[in-house]
Design a protein around this ligand. Structure first.
Ligand SMILES: Nc1ncnc2c1ncn2[C@@H]1O[C@H](COP(=O)(O)OP(=O)(O)OP(=O)(O)O)[C@@H](O)[C@H]1O
Ligand SMILES: [Mg+2]
Length: 220
C-alpha cells in the first residue's frame, strides 16, 4: 500500500504561497486511481513528491510502511508530461536497460504488451508520438514499480490517439495488475477506467475536495 500522509508543500520557502495543504490518501496494491484538479493546482508537484523527486515541506510518503519521502527509487516511478527516453538506445535496448530482476516479463513480452512488436530496432526519433508514449510505458513496466504515476502522459496527443492509448493502458493494467495513479486535468479521461477519483480543490492552498468511488469503476 502506498500512503500519502498529510502532505503540505510550498516552493521557495513560501514566497509563492502554500501550494498543497494536508493531502492524505492511500492506494492499495493493484488499484488504478485517478487524480484530478484544475491546471496549476499542484498535481505535478504531488507527482514529484510521490516519486521522491521533491521533498514536501511536511508530511510523508510510505510504500508498504517504508518511508520513501524525498528518495527517488524504483518503488514509485513517474512518467512525466514529456517522457524522457534515451535518444541513443533502440526500443529493445531501452526496455532491456530498465528491466528489473523482479519484473516477470521478458523484453519481447513488454514490447508486445505495448504493441511495438517489429519496432525493436527503432530509435525513439524514428517513432511516432504515440509510439514513444508506448515505449515509455514499456520501460516503466520493466522497472516494475510498486506504483506507476502517469502525469498527463498522453496530454500532448490528439483526442483519438489519446483515447486509444487509454484503452491500451486499461488492457495493460488488467493484464499486469500494475498499481497506477493517473493524473489528468480532464476527468473525462478517467471514465470507465479508474475505481476511485481523488479530486483536488481549485482554491489555494490545494486540498482534497473529495474522493469519489466510481460506480462503473473497472475491476480486474
Ligand atoms: N519549481 C517550482 N518553483 C516554484 N513554483 C513552482 C514550481 N513548480 C511549480 N510551481 C508552482 O506550483 C503550482 C502548482 O504547479 P503544478 O505544476 O504542480 O500544477 P499542475 O496541477 O500539475 O498543473 P497542470 O495541470 O497545468 O500540469 C503552480 O502555481 C506553479 O507555478
Ligand atoms: Mg502538471
Amino acid at each position: 500500500m502506498i500512503r500519502f500522509r498529510d502532505i503540505s508543500h510550498e516552493y521557495d520557502s513560501g514566497k509563492g504561497g502554500r501550494i498543497l495543504e494536508g493531502i492524505s490518501f492511500s492506494i492499495e496494491q493493484g488499484e488504478c486511481v485517478g487524480l484530478t484538479g484544475p491546471s496549476g493546482c499542484g498535481k505535478s508537484t504531488l507527482a514529484l513528491i510521490g516519486a521522491g523527486h521533491l521533498a514536501p515541506s511536511s508530511g510523508e510518503v510510505t510504500v508498504n510502511g517504508e518511508r520513501t519521502t524525498g528518495r527517488p527509487g524504483r518503488h514509485v516511478f513517474l512518467i512525466h508530461q514529456e517522457s524522457d527516453l534515451f535518444p541513443w538506445l533502440r526500443v529493445g535496448r531501452q526496455i532491456a536497460f530498465a528491466l528489473n530482476g523482479t519484473c516477470r516479463y521478458t523484453v519481447a513480452e513488454l514490447v508486445s504488451l505495448v504493441k511495438l512488436t517489429g519496432f525493436e530496432g527503432y530509435y525513439p526519433n524514428q517513432l511516432s508520438g504515440g509510439m514513444r508514449k508506448r515505449l515509455a510505458l514499456a520501460r516503466a513496466l520493466a522497472i516494475n514499480p510498486k506504483l506507476l504515476i502517469l502525469d498527463e502522459s498522453f496530454g500532448s496527443l490528439d483526442q483519438e490517439l489519446k483515447a486509444s492509448l487509454f484503452r491500451d493502458l486499461k488492457e495493460i493494467w488488467a493484464l499486469t495488475g500494475t498499481t497506477i495513479l493517473l493524473i489528468t486535468h480532464d476527468a473525462g479521461d478517467l471514465e470507465n477506467f479508474v475505481q476511485r477519483e481523488i479530486r483536488l480543490t481549485s482554491q489555494k492552498p490545494t486540498r482534497i475536495q473529495e474522493i469519489v468511488t466510481l460506480p462503473i469503476g473497472q475491476t480486474r
